[in-house]
Design a binder for this molecule. Sequence first.
Ligand SMILES: Cc1cc2nc3c(=O)[nH]c(=O)nc-3n(C[C@H](O)[C@H](O)[C@H](O)COP(=O)(O)OP(=O)(O)OC[C@H]3O[C@@H](n4cnc5c(N)ncnc54)[C@H](O)[C@@H]3O)c2cc1C
Length: 333
Amino acid sequence: MTVLEARGRTGGRLASKGDGLDLGASWYWPGEHRVAALVDEFGIDVHDHFLVGDAMYDDPAAAVRLDGNPIDVASFRFSTGADSLTDALHNRLESHDHSDVRLDSHVQSVRVHSSGVAVGVETNGNAGAEELDADHVVIALPPALATSAIRFEPALPSDLVAVAERTPVWMGAITKVVARYASAFWRERGLSGSAVSHRGPMREIHDLSGPGAEPAALFGFASTTASSGPVNDGDVRDQLVRLFGPEAATPLELTLTDWRTEPLTSPSGVEEITDYSTFGHRVFQGPTLSGRVHWTSTETAPVAAGHIEGALAAAERAATHIAEHTNQSGAPA
Ligand SMILES: Cc1cc2nc3c(=O)[nH]c(=O)nc-3n(C[C@H](O)[C@H](O)[C@H](O)COP(=O)(O)OP(=O)(O)OC[C@H]3O[C@@H](n4cnc5c(N)ncnc54)[C@H](O)[C@@H]3O)c2cc1C
């Protein structure tokens, strides 16, 4: 198997800084058994998300301390960052499964012909430099991105393209804010670090600290619209101070990741695609183009769509279809 990854790293929307703080996904939840099984199999360190203390409500009129924490639910976090999961998968593929993981390899075209598929890949800026042969191709990127960035030949069925183009990219229009501090000062005041806001710029905030509050951090999600510019650093600091007090004004590091501006996650105009009813749509559930092109991003999953768990469920479905096809035709996968 060959994995073609356009970025210079694996992980996609699982992206962590060196200190383990997540700029993309950070949680998985009880019942997400596919993630839990991989965590066990690879021996990845995880910890419970911090729930103790009071949450805050950022009302337009005033910041209000709530009694308890009605905001957070029980969940788990990857202690050295969520991309420890994709790093482990990457290592497994290369070391045990003898697969080839090629970074900086941007898929530009998928051409299905009578005996297989030719995949056009641009590597290090050499457009059209290489065409790889395969029996099957698994499209593991958001459908709206795939149909805008990859040329398919013959053309994809029009009903699939219509659904793909209106399938949102989960969190693709979000700016994730991560504020790292010298200590988890909010915990000392009996606060959980969580907040909901009707004022913004962050609409929700949670504790992102590592085990034992090391490193100490808060994170938040700020929504963006087609007309809004980038989230403003100063507004973020003002909101953190409003909710958690003066110490919040001086994080050691403040990182704003605007996922709208990540062209390998979000197609342009991503904020305008907002109808989540297409998640797990039937057009993605089976292979297309002579049974050789499979759809596996989290957006295509019939369960846990949007989550890491959904991406794993979709991948399982594609693997089953490829195995069935291979058994029927006797061809190698
Ligand atoms: C801010 C944020 C917070 C999130 N929080 C959570 C959370 O707490 N829990 C949770 O379960 N989920 C969360 N998610 C969602 C989670 O990250 C996704 O469900 C998961 O990453 C989906 O995996 P995927 O493989 O479907 O897509 P992706 O992770 O997007 O992977 C797609 C890959 O395709 C590559 N690619 C794109 N175009 C090409 C091309 N032309 N050629 C080759 N490669 C290409 C990309 O570089 C990328 O590596 C969050 C996401 C974000 C952005």
